[in-house]
Ligand binder design. Structure first.
Ligand SMILES: Nc1nc2c(ncn2[C@@H]2O[C@H](COP(=O)(O)OP(=O)(O)OP(=O)(O)O)[C@@H](O)[C@H]2O)c(=O)[nH]1
Ligand SMILES: [Mg+2]
Length: 333
């Protein structure tokens, strides 16, 4: 029988308890969820599958298909690696920046959208979404209706909120069906899940892309901090229970944007920190150092930063929030 788990998309089976889709024999005919999803949903258990679906396999499947693509990323995880995946999708597509109810209050939404279009060269439509009424699902639904889009894949980075997004569609269209499993850990959805809504639309959930060089993709994202620090010459900050060190060679303001993870976010040191293996030259005002999987640091003034994170986990870019507006305004005058 080819029945799939509605929680994660894995094919239900009673043969191997350690493999995905396991359900005890005798329950397979009546169950909607595999044992892993059932236990995650009802007992809050965290059960991670360690073998994510291959990125290329997902992209090839989608590119060969006729369907539209909705691609989700939460704003802390916007970086070159993620945008390269987005651009490798050749189907007509919509980029949704998710969890936007957590954007710092002073972020101008129009400037943020313009930054994404200009800096990452995105020519597809972009929508900001979140879990409050201001950033809700309805504008996306209207966009799909206006453009007569009835069948689509929902792709994106693991933990970006794809399954939650589809569950919201199930609610808003008053579709009478079970919910997909969602979880604060990455790699919850394991295979494609086809959801036919009461309004006739079909959404296909997908396993999230796991980025190669992510520092941490398992933190909950109920709160996002923006934390400003004034650094003096030769001062060091230690982030997340002294896991990551950044030393600055000149005076600058620094703003950290990251998930509130329950760890001690910042501690300042006035002496040398260990293993500063990577040197980053900030050559102009308002640059971000992206800490892939965590968030980013906005560095306001040129300086040299040394840190204990290997370069493959970092990217430098023009600042996503700080200073972009002023630069744009002055260059337009
Ligand atoms: N703050 C906030 N959290 C959200 C939002 N949407 C989803 N989440 C949370 O993000 C986490 C991941 O959500 P999922 O829907 O499981 O994400 P996914 O993209 O399907 O993840 P995988 O199946 O692992 O690829 C959960 O803790 C959700 O509650 C949102 O708009 N705002
Ligand atoms: Mg999912």
């Amino acid at each position: 029988m080819n029945k799939i788990c509605f929680g994660c998309g894995a094919k239900l089976q009673s043969v191997d308890k350690e493999s995905k889709g396991y359900i005890p024999e005798g329950k397979i005919n009546t169950a909607s969820y595999c044992m892993r999803c059932f236990r995650m949903m009802h007992y809050g258990e965290q059960q991670e599958m360690t073998t994510p679906k291959d990125k290329k396999e997902i992209i090839n499947k989608v590119n060969k298909d006729h369907r539209f693509v909705i691609f989700l990323v939460d704003f802390l995880n916007i970086n070159d690696e993620v945008m390269t995946i987005f651009k490798s999708i050749t189907r007509p597509k919509l980029l949704i920046v998710n969890k936007c109810e957590l954007l710092p209050k002073d972020v101008n939404k129009l400037n943020f959208l313009k930054y994404l279009q200009d800096y990452y060269h995105i020519d597809s439509e972009i929508k900001l979404k979140g879990s409050n009424s201001f950033h809700g699902i309805k504008p996306v639904l209207h966009y799909l209706e206006e453009n007569n889009i009835m069948e689509m894949y929902v792709l994106g980075i693991s933990n970006s909120g794809k399954s939650t997004f589809i569950n919201d569609f199930i609610d808003v269209t008053k579709t009478d069906m079970a919910k997909i499993n969602v979880n604060k850990r990455a790699n919850t959805t394991l295979d494609f899940i086809r959801v036919k809504l009461a309004n006739g639309m079909t959404l296909i959930d997908s396993p999230g892309f796991i980025i190669d060089n992510f520092l941490d993709n398992t933190t909950s994202s109920k709160t996002i901090v923006s934390y400003t620090m004034q650094m003096k010459e030769c001062e060091t900050i230690a982030l997340f229970d002294n896991k990551y060190y950044f030393k600055f060679d000149a005076k600058t303001s620094v703003v950290l944007y990251a998930n509130q993870s329950g760890k001690k976010i910042v501690k300042k040191y006035y002496k040398a920190a260990p293993d500063l293996v990577t040197k980053i030259d900030i050559v102009k005002d308002n640059q971000d150092i992206v800490l892939k999987g965590i968030g980013f640091l906005t560095i306001k003034k040129p300086c040299t930063v040394t840190c204990n994170i290997p370069a493959s986990f970092l990217e430098v870019r023009d600042s996503m929030f700080g200073g972009y507006k002023d630069e744009q305004n002055s260059s337009n005058e």
